[in-house]
Design a protein. Structure first.
Length: 323
């Protein structure tokens, strides 16, 4: 399986992946995008920024890159980068299907993405991903599964996914919302021909939102690779936006708040890969300092004071503007 070689890589930074949600399209919900991105967010400008980030990440030991059909042109940007660097055989690529990008490269779009976990969407988006990434795709995930998603019960879809797994592509899912734990536990029960269908799970987990932790530990115990997304809470745990506790530890350690927030997640025993959502090379470098930081027992305990009610956390996230 591709994730065996990723999580077993010798570079400590291989346990941090780079997600391209923030740079594959002009609009997203991360804080301070006007500061982080070029004023002119043309496809060419964001392609150049993406390639700059990919070069910097690879040079610093990052080997997992995360894209999605709904992340604008992220798959295309990554595909172009890989095509120009055919010798990089150790890169592991994950993408997602289930959301269709609908913003037509506009930040002011009424709807930026539309969710559908049906077989027709899978067939269409799988063909689109194959056309761009070809045999470089290692992991294909159902995007933002919730406990009521038909993707958890659709036997026809499961058969299609199992066929893709037979071709050598790892099958996974991502979760979202206050009920992540329920979706994860339901996914663990999905089998095809007596074998578990899902081999990875990607979920939101950070200092503010920890509710998926027990389910992620159970998934890890069942043999799934756990990928953590939104470890920075869409920018709420970085720089001056970070809670005072994180800023205090950062000052004591002479590191950025982002490194402290990421280190907190990296030290979870079940965390296989933690995604950076950096939009600049400086942010990426700051994020990668997390691998050098060991929080002591007292610091780890103090993080418990930051945890928010999951319903409140996700309501706040839903209120963030696309910018």
């Amino acid at each position: 399986m591709p994730f065996d070689r990723l999580t077993g890589a010798t570079a400590s930074t291989a346990h941090i992946g780079l997600g391209l949600a923030a740079v594959g399209r002009p609009g997203y919900i991360n804080l301070h995008r006007a500061r982080d991105l070029p004023e002119d967010r043309t496809p060419d400008a964001l392609r150049d920024r993406t390639h700059e980030l990919l070069d910097a990440a690879y040079a610093q030991g990052v080997r997992y890159f995360d894209v999605a059909r709904s992340y604008g042109r992220s798959e295309a940007f990554l595909a172009e980068w890989l095509l120009a660097r055919p010798a990089l055989a150790d890169v592991v690529v994950g993408s997602k299907w289930g959301y269709t990008y609908t913003a037509d490269w506009s930040v002011e779009a009424e709807a930026h993405e539309v969710k559908d976990h049906g077989t027709a969407t899978f067939d269409r988006q799988r063909a689109e991903t194959r056309a761009l990434l070809g045999d470089r795709l290692d992991l294909y995930q159902i995007h933002s599964v919730t406990a009521d998603s038909p993707a958890l019960t659709d036997k026809e879809l499961h058969a299609r996914l199992a066929d893709l797994a037979a071709e050598g592509v790892t099958i996974g899912l991502t979760t979202s919302g206050p009920g992540q734990k329920d979706a994860i536990l339901a996914a663990l029960a999905v089998t095809v021909a007596g074998e578990p269908l899902f081999r990875t799970v990607q979920a939101t987990y950070n200092a503010l939102e920890t509710s998926a932790g027990p389910a992620l530990a159970e998934a890890h115990g069942a043999g799934l690779t756990v990928i953590v997304k939104e470890a920075m809470a869409n920018g709420r745990l970085a720089g001056t936006e970070a809670p005072a506790l994180i800023r205090e530890i950062a000052r004591d350690r002479e590191l950025g708040s982002d490194a402290v927030a990421l280190a907190h997640v990296l030290r979870r025993p079940w965390a296989g890969v933690v995604l950076s959502g950096a939009a600049t090379v400086g942010q990426l470098s700051g994020n990668l300092h997390a691998v050098t930081l060991d929080l002591d027992e007292e610091e780890r305990a103090r993080f418990g004071t930051l945890v928010e009610d999951p319903e409140a956390y996700w309501r706040y996230r839903a209120s963030l503007p696309w910018s």
